[in-house]
Ligand binder design. Structure first.
Ligand code: GAL
Length: 356
């Protein structure tokens, strides 16, 4: 007995160490979301993509402390079975920032809100992200593009730049318009693009939607049939409304938008809108968060709206609860979208919930 006891203890300790994380059953907004290795999911400002029965989550890999505002690693990828979405497997770093200080994506740049879409024609996975060149704060306001043959990467960086230099918007404002002065300033060199998302319409046309014109106005730019370039067709929306953190989704024939106001890492009241086409015209529907702390969107900021892959009338608001003092610990706030009698999307707080 005396010799058996330590051996049993030893085996138990080994089993605990080797055992996979217990299977999760519920979404716990604001909790510590552990991947299959027991690490909090390090994919912030992220986006999701359904591919071959799994949902793939791409997001900013943050590091501990305030340096987490810069990219020192790159874009992290996780996956989950399409009908699960609470148990995530670490798929590694999809796009790595470069050791070459001359690269646009040099370590220490700001690389935010990566989104990945699949192009069936070229059979490439295409990633777009908001890029700020190293050491220039938020002045560059560029978009970066990277591609891969396999969903988890590694992605190859193609280029970065401003959007559609020299090309006027489809709904170009009146010359001299005070509200559009940044648009006119940036026409020759290209429009600014910061917080962003991608949206692939049901006809396969992809759009890049980004906070432009010093964040005052959103722009919606069509991508070409490789999804790696802009076509030159773009529209301005929500002029002067300072919307960030855009997310788009479609229900029936209507397109919906959820975004945030513009207060940096600090949470604010979310925004929502609807339109008959991606290009607009967009009609605002107010703050989609409802209940206590809705003026701060339950201390979160949108990053994506996921249409559930196997329950298509279930939509999930995916947000970030930023922790600028320790970004690696920023939490994920995912909540189910509901519809009010007027047909407006909204979400309310749950400590814990699951998809029925
Ligand atoms: C937020 C934006 C984040 C990040 C942050 C920097 O408004 O949504 O993605 O850019 O500002 O302060």
């Amino acid at each position: 007995m005396k010799t058996l006891l330590p051996l049993t203890c030893c085996l138990a300790a080994f089993a605990a160490f080797a055992a996979p994380s217990p299977k999760q059953t519920d979404f716990v907004p604001g909790g510590r979301w552990e991947d299959n290795n027991g690490n909090h999911i390090n994919a912030h400002g992220g986006g999701l993509l359904l591919h071959e029965g799994r949902v793939w989550w791409f997001g900013e890999h943050k590091v501990a402390g305030t340096a987490g505002n810069q990219a020192w690693v790159g874009v992290h990828c996780y996956s989950s079975p399409a009908d699960d979405l609470v148990n995530w497997r670490d798929e590694g770093i999809a796009l790595r920032v470069s050791k070459d200080p001359k690269s646009d994506i040099a370590e220490g740049c700001i690389l935010e809100r990566p989104k990945v879409i699949y192009n069936a024609k070229t059979r490439k996975f295409v990633m777009w992200f908001h890029l700020e060149l190293k050491g220039q704060g938020y002045a560059s306001a560029r978009s970066g593009v990277a591609i891969a043959d396999t969903i988890a990467g590694p992605y190859t960086f193609l280029r970065s730049g401003r959007v559609n230099p020299g090309i006027p918007a489809q709904n170009a404002p009146e010359p001299g318009s005070e509200k559009a002065k940044t648009y006119f300033r940036d026409l020759p060199g290209g429009q600014m693009a910061r917080d962003m998302t991608l949206y692939v319409d049901t006809d396969g046309t992809a759009y890049h939607i980004y906070a432009s014109e010093e964040n005052s106005t959103l722009q919606i730019a069509e991508l070409d049939d490789t999804y790696t370039k802009h076509t030159g067709r773009y529209w301005r929306a929500f002029e002067g409304r300072y919307m960030e953190a855009p997310a788009l989704f479609k229900r029936g024939d209507t397109y919906y938008f959820i975004g945030s106001g513009c207060t940096g890492w600090a949470p604010n009241a979310a925004r929502s809108a609807k339109a008959p086409a991606v290009a607009g015209p967009w009609t605002e529907l107010g703050n989609p968060a409802r209940g206590e702390n809705d003026n701060k969107t339950f201390f979160s900021q949108s990053t994506y709206v996921l249409q559930h892959p196997t329950k298509p009338d279930t939509y999930i608001y995916c947000g970030d609860r930023w922790n600028p003092k320790n970004q690696i610990d920023s939490r994920h706030i995912w909540l189910p979208i509901q519809w009010d009698p007027e047909g407006k999307p909204y979400f309310t707080w749950y400590d814990r919930w699951s998809i029925k």
